[in-house]
Design a protein around this ligand. Structure first.
Ligand code: IVH
Length: 726
C-alpha cells in the first residue's frame, strides 16, 4: 500500500480500536446522517448553485460533525465532508499513468473549417449516425477523477490526476478533494440513476452504460477552472500582500492545483466541470449527450450550456449563442468543443496521432487588438511603488474601448521591448486590466507617434512629488519614499476606504482628489476630523452626500483591529494575515510592540512579513498615526483567540510514515492544539498515531489497549478546532 493509499484508502483504513470506547450505533448513525445532510447541501450549493439552507446553518452542522468525529476518531472516514482539507504533501506529486491517454483536440477557427471537418466526419462515418454534442470549451486544465465502487454499493473518490503530458499525469488528489463540486462519495442510488448501478457494473447483462461485466471503478474527466470572481479576489489579495498578480484564471488554476498546501487550495475556490465518463479506459457506450446527463445524475457539475446538433449549421448557431453570452459567464471560456455523439461512430472515426477525429475545438478569436503606444506614464501606488502604464491609441476589443494597459514594472517593459511609438498587441483576458503581450512591426502605411529611439527608463524621481526614487538591490520595483507624496496619500486613502478594508462607501477617486488637493485631508486620520461645512464647500458635494459620507466614516471606527491593520497598508499584510495577527494579539498595542519572533509565532507569518510589520511600527510617523487614530475613537482591539486546548491533557505517540504529514509537522500540530508527543508507548498514552510500516510501537499499543488512530483520525481531532477552512 502506498502512502497515499493509506489516507485515501476507499475502504476507509481505520486501525481497529482495542479499548472499549467504540462509538455506539446511535452515534455512528448520527454521524452518517450529518454527513449525508452536508453532502446534500454541498451539492445544492456548489453544483446546483441553489442552496437550501443558510451558510450559518451549514456551518453549524459541520461543527456538530467535527465535534462528533473528534470525540470518536475511530469513526472518521476519508470521504467525510470534514476531510476535504488534508495535510500538505511534502514530497511533491506522484506520477500516474492514465488509463487512456488524455489527448488534445484539433482546432477550427471559422465556420468554413468546421464545415470541412463535418464533411470528413460524415465521409468516414459511412452509414453510421452522425449528430453532434456542442459544449463550451472551458479555459482551465483537464483532470481525471477515479472512483472505486465499494462492496456496499457506493463509490468513493480515490484519485485526481492532472493531464500531464497526456500519457502520465500527476496525482493531485489532496488538492482535488478540496474542490467542493467534486463529490468525495457517490451513493448507490446516484450510481443507479447514472446507469452505473449494479446492473451496469456487476450483473451478467451490461447496464445502461454498457459497462463491462464486473467493473468496479470508473473515471470522470473534465476541466478544473478558477471562476473569474475567485481569480480577481486572489489577485487583489496577492497585490495587497505585495505579490505579483497571476496572469489569467487558467494559470492561476494550474498553479493552485500544484500547490503543496491543500488549505491554500481550499481557499482559492476552484471548480470542476465534468464532460467524460470512462469505464476500464473506455468511453461510456451511451454516447456524449447521455454521458452529460449521467454525470449530472452522479452529482457532478456539468456546464449548463450544451446542445445536441443534428447539423453543423446548428453547431454554428450554438457557438454564436455562446459567444454572445461569453462576457457574462462566471468563468473563462475560449471556444466550443464539438463531439460526435454516438460511441459507435466515434470508434469508427478513431484517432490521428494526437487528437480524436471525432471531436474538434472551435476557438473564439482572441480578445486582443493591435494599437500604438502613445506614451508611457508612471503612476505611484499607496506603497509608493512606481508602475509604468502604456497610454494607447484607443482600440476596440471585445466590446470595450481600451486606452491604457498596465506594464507592471520596468522589467516587464524591458522584456517586451515596448517604447513610445511601438505597435503592440493588447489582450483583455480574465483580468479587468488589459495587458500588452507583444510588440509587433509597424503596420504598413501607418503613421502616428514616431517610435522613440530610447528604450523606456524608470524615472529616478517620483513623477508626482519629485523625491528621489529608491530601488533596492534585487527588487524589480522602484519606490517613492516620500510618505507625504500626494499620490501615495490618495492611493492610501482609497485603499483604506475600500470595501474589503474599512468600508467607507462614497469615498471614491474624485472626492479623494478634492480632499487632498484642498488640504482638508493630509493623513488618513484627518478623515475622522472632517466636518460638514468644509465638505459642502467642495465642488459637486451636496449636503446629503456629505452627511452620508460622515456617517460612513463614523461607522468605520468600529471596523476593528483586523480591518484597521489592513487599512494601514503594512506591506505583505493582507486580509488573512491581518486577521491572524488580530486574533493572536488582540490589540494594536500588542502587535505594535511584538518582536519579530513573537510575530513569527503566528501561523503563516514568516520572516518577511514579520520584518515588514516591525519596520512599519518602527517608524515614528506611523506610530503617531496609529496613536492619533486611537485618540479619535477607532476600535483598536479584537477578540483574542484562545490558544487551542483541544488536545490538552492528551499524549500521543507517532509511529510509521504518515501519508502526508511529516513527523515534525504532526508533532507541531498536536502541540499547537495543546497535546503532548512522547517517544514510547505506555499505559498513559492516549493515542498512537500509526502510519505505514508501523512496527513495535503499534504492537505495544495493541498489547496495552491504547487507542490507535491514523492520520485521518488525527486530522479529524485537529480540524475539530474549527480553525481551518471549510
Ligand atoms: S474534450 C480527447 N471537452 O480543451 C478529448 N475538452 O483543446 C479532449 N476543454 O485538453 C477533451 N472544455 O483541457 C473537452 N467541454 C470540453 C472542454 C475541453 C475545455 C479543454 C481540455 C482539452 C483542451 C483541448
Amino acid at each position: 500500500m502506498s502512502a497515499d493509499d493509506l489516507l485515501f484508502d476507499p475502504r476507509g483504513y481505520n486501525p481497529a480500536m482495542s479499548r472499549g470506547e467504540m462509538g455506539s450505533p446511535e452515534i455512528e448513525a448520527r454521524i452518517e446522517a450529518l454527513r449525508a445532510e452536508l453532502r446534500h447541501h454541498e451539492h445544492c450549493y456548489y453544483v446546483l448553485d441553489a442552496p437550501e439552507v443558510s451558510d450559518a446553518e451549514y456551518d453549524l452542522k459541520m461543527r456538530a460533525l467535527r465535534a462528533l468525529e473528534a470525540a470518536h476518531p475511530e469513526l472518521v472516514t476519508a470521504d467525510s465532508p470534514t476531510q476535504r482539507v488534508g495535510g500538505r504533501s511534502a514530497e511533491g506529486f506522484r506520477k500516474v499513468a492514465h488509463s487512456r491517454p488524455m489527448l488534445s483536440l484539433d482546432n477550427a477557427y471559422s465556420a468554413e473549417e468546421l464545415a470541412d471537418w463535418d464533411r470528413r466526419v460524415r465521409e468516414l462515418a459511412g452509414e453510421l449516425p452522425v449528430s453532434y454534442v456542442a459544449e463550451m470549451k472551458l479555459d482551465g486544465l483537464s483532470l481525471a477523477l477515479r472512483y472505486e465502487v465499494q462492496p456496499t454499493g457506493e463509490a468513493r473518490l480515490v484519485s485526481g490526476v492532472t493531464r500531464g503530458d497526456g500519457q502520465v499525469g500527476e496525482d493531485v488528489t489532496g488538492n482535488v478533494r478540496t474542490i467542493r463540486s467534486v463529490p468525495l462519495k457517490i451513493d448507490a442510488e446516484k450510481l443507479s440513476a447514472a446507469g452505473l448501478g449494479p446492473a451496469g457494473l456487476s450483473s451478467p447483462e451490461p447496464g445502461l452504460a454498457g459497462l463491462p461485466v464486473g467493473a468496479s471503478e470508473f473515471e470522470v474527466r473534465g476541466e478544473v477552472v478558477m471562476p473569474i470572481a475567485a481569480f480577481e479576489r486572489m489577485n487583489e489579495e496577492r497585490e495587497r500582500a505585495g505579490l505579483a498578480r497571476a496572469a489569467n484564471p487558467r494559470n492561476a488554476a494550474a498553479g493552485t492545483l500544484r500547490t503543496l498546501e491543500p488549505n491554500v487550495v481550499a481557499q482559492r475556490r476552484l471548480d470542476f466541470y465534468a464532460y467524460f465518463l470512462l469505464v476500464a479506459g473506455e468511453y461510456a457506450a451511451m454516447g456524449q449527450a447521455a454521458t452529460l446527463r449521467a454525470l449530472e445524475a452522479l452529482g457532478m457539475r456539468v456546464s449548463r450550456q450544451w446542445a445536441v446538433c443534428a447539423t453543423i449549421s446548428e453547431v454554428v448557431e450554438f457557438l454564436e449563442r455562446v459567444e454572445a453570452m461569453r462576457a457574462g459567464l462566471p468563468m473563462e471560456i475560449d471556444g466550443v468543443v464539438v463531439k460526435v455523439d454516438a460511441q459507435a461512430t466515434r470508434a469508427r472515426l478513431g484517432y490521428t496521432g494526437r487528437a480524436p477525429r471525432w471531436a474538434i475545438a472551435y476557438k473564439f478569436a482572441a480578445r486582443a487588438g493591435v494599437t500604438q503606444v502613445r506614451a508611457i506614464e508612471v503612476t505611484v501606488g499607496r506603497t509608493g511603488k512606481l508602475s509604468p502604464v502604456a497610454v494607447l491609441r484607443p482600440v476596440g476589443i471585445g466590446g470595450t474601448t481600451v486606452e491604457r494597459a498596465s506594464l507592471f514594472n520596468a522589467d516587464e517593459v524591458a522584456r517586451l521591448g515596448v517604447r513610445v511609438g511601438s505597435w503592440v498587441v493588447v489582450e483583455r483576458g480574465g483580468d479587468v486590466i488589459p495587458k500588452i503581450t507583444t510588440v509587433v512591426p509597424t503596420p504598413e502605411g501607418e503613421t502616428g507617434v514616431a517610435e522613440s529611439a530610447e528604450p523606456f527608463r524608470m524615472p529616478v524621481e517620483c513623477p508626482v512629488c519629485g523625491t528621489a526614487v529608491r530601488q533596492s538591490e534585487g527588487e524589480v520595483d522602484s519606490y517613492c519614499v516620500n510618505t507625504d507624496c500626494a499620490a501615495r496619500l490618495q492611493q492610501s486613502l482609497l485603499y483604506f476606504a475600500h470595501r474589503g478594508v474599512m468600508n467607507i462607501d462614497g469615498l471614491g477617486e474624485a472626492l479623494v482628489e478634492q480632499l487632498t488637493a484642498s488640504g482638508l485631508v493630509r493623513s488618513i486620520a484627518d478623515l475622522y476630523t472632517l466636518t460638514l461645512e468644509p465638505l459642502v464647500r467642495l465642488e459637486r458635494v451636496g449636503e446629503k452626500s456629505a452627511l452620508a459620507l460622515l456617517r460612513e466614516i463614523e461607522q468605520s471606527k468600529q471596523a476593528g483591529l483586523a480591518r484597521l491593520l489592513m487599512g494601514l497598508g503594512v506591506r505583505f499584510v493582507g486580509e488573512r494575515t491581518a486577521e491572524l495577527l488580530a486574533g493572536a494579539f488582540g490589540s494594536m498595542e500588542a502587535v505594535a510592540t511584538a518582536s519579530e519572533d513573537e510575530l513569527m509565532a503566528v501561523d503563516e507569518v514568516g520572516p518577511k512579513v514579520a520584518a515588514s510589520i516591525r519596520e512599519f511600527f518602527g517608524n515614528e510617523r506611523n506610530r503617531a498615526l496609529v496613536e492619533r487614530l486611537g485618540a479619535l475613537g477607532l476600535k483598536m482591539t479584537a477578540e483574542k483567540k484562545q490558544r487551542s486546548t483541544e488536545l490538552a491533557g492528551l499524549t500521543f505517540v507517532l509511529t510509521g510514515t504518515l501519508p502526508t504529514l511529516g513527523r515534525d509537522e504532526a508533532k507541531a500540530r498536536i502541540e499547537a492544539a495543546g497535546g503532548k508527543v512522547v517517544g514510547s508507548v505506555s499505559k498513559k498514552t492516549s493515542y498512537v498515531v500509526a502510519g505505514e510500516d508501523a512496527g513495535g510501537k503499534l504492537d505495544k499499543a495493541r498489547e496495552l489497549g491504547v487507542v490507535v488512530i491514523d492520520e485521518a483520525g488525527l486530522m479529524g481531532m485537529l480540524t475539530a478546532r474549527g480553525g481551518d477552512v471549510q
